[in-house]
Design a protein around this ligand. Sequence first.
Ligand code: ZN
Length: 351
Amino acid sequence: MPVRYKDYYEILGVPRTASDAEIKKAFRKLAREHHPDVAKNKKQAEEKFKEINEAYEVLGDAAKRKKYDELGPNWSAGSEFRPPPGWEGFPGGRGFSSRGPRGEEFEFQFGGTGFSDFFEQLFGSAGRGGGAGGFGRRGGVAEDNFASERGRDIEGDIMVTLDEATRGSVRSVQVRHGVPCEHCAGTGQRAGHVCNVCGGTGQVAKTETYQVKIPAGVSEGQRLRVAGRGEAGIGGGKAGDLYLRVRFAKHPDFEVEGHNLIYEAELAPWEAVLGTNISVPTLNGRVNIRVPPGTQAGQKLRVRGRGLPQRGGGNGDLIVTTTVEVPTQVNESERKLWEQLARESQFNPRQ
Ligand SMILES: [Zn+2]
C-alpha cells in the first residue's frame, strides 16, 4: 500500500542543513502558534499541530533524522512513496504488509492516531504482530483436530498530548486492513474467472473505527490494549488484540522524563547572582517560583506535584532547569556598569 511522502523540513520551514538548535526553535515557534489549546480554529490547529509534532519527532532525533535523510532530497511532498531498494528500515519501523495465519498478505493503515502512514512505515510500529514469536501467532496448539488459531495482534502508535495524559480522553481510531473477499470466499477466482470485486487478490480493504480510551496517567511507551480488535481468528480461534503504543506529542515548553516535566528557564546574569521571582508555565496555568541568589546555570529547581499524573495516584514534579543568558549587545551606560563590576568584583571563576 503506497503512502505519501512527507517533507518534514518543509513542514518546519527549515533548510535541510538546519542545526539541531534551529530545528528546535522552529518547532517551538510553530507548536505555540498551532497548539490546539490556544488556536481559534481547534480542528484545523489540531491537524497542523500533529504534523509539526511528527516532523519534530523525526528531525529532533539524531538517529531518526539520519535515517530520514538517507532517503535523499529528491522526494517531493505528497508524492507516492516506497522505500528505495536496499533501504534498511528503522528499528521499530516496518511496512504495513505482513503475512497472516493462512499465508495471505495483510495490509494495515491507521487513522486518527496522530501519525501519518508515512511515519508509521518508516519509524512506527504499525502492523507489527504483538504475539510471541513467529508472525505473532498465538494459541496455535490445536485444541481439537482443527488447527484453530487465535488471530494476530495488531500494534500501532498513538500520539497523546500531555494534556490528554493529564486529563484522559477518548479517541476515535480507524484501522484499515485486508479481510477475505466475500464475493469469491477469498480465493480470488469466481466461476473460473478472476474475481471482479477483489481483482484476484482474494482480499478487500475494510476500515473499522474503534473508540480508544486514554486514561489519565498514561506514560510514554505504554501499550493500550483494545481487546478482540486485532485480526480475526481462524477455525473458531479468538480474535487478536489491538495495541496502541503511547507516544507523547512534543510540547513547546516541556520535555518529559518519566512523570516529571522539564522546563528550561533563562536568567539574566544579575538575576542569577541576586536571585529573583519568575513565572513559569505548567500544564495548568503559570506558577511563580523563587530563584535563590547565586543560582548556577544548569541548576534544577523543583516544583512538587506539577508534573504528569501517575497511575497509582499523585503527580510527578515540574523541574525548572536554569540557563544564564548573556547580553550580546550593551549600550554605553551598560558597558560602564559592567566595566565597573569587572574592576571591583572579587569573583574569579577560574580559581
Ligand atoms: Zn474476490
